[in-house]
Write a protein that binds this ligand. Structure first.
Ligand code: CO
Length: 214
């Protein structure tokens, strides 16, 4: 297949470029990883985790799924978070949504989507939680954009409900949780400026798994 031949040719070019700038590049890469960031983003092909952040191999641990959701029964997500927090000891967890997200759009338009129904239910729950605000936005693009942002905020809250995250937080003060949105229309990353310690203290009586420790 022509496309595959191109991919392998590009890979060979990339290897040559890396070695030209640092002959030890792959030796260092093979020695291990110490990323400080766990990035949880959407699977959307336009939202390329490392590239949009200008990050290099070894710098960010990545998990992607449809609409950057943090679902408590998702074994894949839970394994990623546990490994990142307990073993890699990441300092920051970033939930990165993006405008024009197809998953978020689908949640705004009720329809039977087969396997996606159960996955998108989490997004429909975000809509229900913030229905008053969202239904108060008359312009459909603004409403869509706001649901993207509210989804990021809710997934940040879901991250701090996770036991591994809380344990690490109590022991070291890390990881910090950050909510970002990538604007595919401009290429810009937007920091939603969430104060997750404050958010956690507001919901602590419900979600704190070690209430007697602090
Ligand atoms: Co998306």
């Amino acid at each position: 297949m022509k496309k595959f031949a191109e991919i392998f040719a590009k890979n060979a070019h990339w290897v040559a470029e890396k070695l030209a700038s640092d002959p030890e590049f792959f030796k260092k890469l093979a020695a291990g990883q110490e990323p400080e960031l766990l990035y949880i983003g959407c699977s959307d092909s336009r939202v390329t985790a490392e590239e949009l952040m200008g990050m290099h191999p070894g710098e960010v641990f990545v998990h992607r799924n449809v609409a950057n959701l943090v679902v408590s029964t998702d074994n894949n997500l839970n394994a990623v978070v546990q490994y990142a927090v307990e073993h890699l000891k990441v300092k920051h967890i970033i939930i990165c949504g993006h405008y024009e997200c197809g998953g978020v759009k689908a949640a705004l338009q009720p329809s039977d989507m087969g396997q996606l129904n159960s996955w998108l239910q989490t997004l429909r729950d975000v809509y229900r939680l913030h229905r008053e605000e969202l239904d108060g936005i008359a312009e459909s693009q603004a409403k869509f954009d706001r649901l993207v942002e509210l989804n990021v905020i809710e997934q940040c809250i879901n991250i701090i409900k996770i036991d591994h995250v809380q344990r690490a937080w109590y022991q070291t003060g890390f990881p910090k949780v950050h909510g970002w949105v990538f604007d595919v229309r401009t290429g810009k990353l937007i920091n939603l400026g969430l104060h997750m310690e404050k958010v956690f203290s507001d919901v602590r009586s419900i979600y704190d798994l070690k209430p007697n420790q602090q």
